[in-house]
Design a protein around this ligand. Sequence first.
Ligand code: GDP
Length: 203
Amino acid sequence: MPHGARQDAGVSSPLRLEFVTSATRHADLPATDAEVALVGRSNVGKSSLLNALANRHQLAHTSKTPGRTRLLNCYRLDGATLVDCPGYGYAKASKADRAAWGTMIERYLLERDGLRMVLVLVDGEIGPTALDESMLAWLRHHGVPFTIVATKHDKVRSAKREKRKRELAAGCGVERRDVVWVSAVSGVNLDHLRTLVRDWLAP
Ligand code: GDP
């Protein structure tokens, strides 16, 4: 492989995500045996990552389409499911709206049967925000399994990446090796993340 080529190129095929439904309550989602959820503050790169994992352009709306970005969006993935939760901390939302989405996400995360792993997206360029930290504290408190996925790997210069990853992991209270740092733009580590998702969802 030529130096600089993506190490993981071609190892894993795109996730075959098919949109099923959007819901305001987890009770309205289809029953599932195995599910992975994505959470993260708004603008962290969640829609871009979903599109990149699926190798599709418009699967998740990267534009801020009102409506779907405020709902639990459920996708089928082979025999299992993936749920994209609304981004938290949306700047234009009213306090009441934020509280309502918070309750919706919390109830989903606590009560959803079949939920195996929560991917917590953290901006790899700026590290965990106060909102990310409170989400992580909440997940720990309730014993909900999670994995940190850092985004925007391409935005940090290579000379600074080691330090940034160390700081990000420390800020999230996890080991460096437990952070998956991806880029929807360069594609780095997408195959690794796809493999993890498939493993979590395996029967
Ligand atoms: P969401 O609100 O979490 O769904 O975030 P989006 O996917 O809409 O992304 C927010 C902004 O970050 C957009 O301007 C994206 O183009 C940008 N972005 C997302 N992922 C990446 C990435 O991996 N690299 C770079 N350079 N920009 C990204």
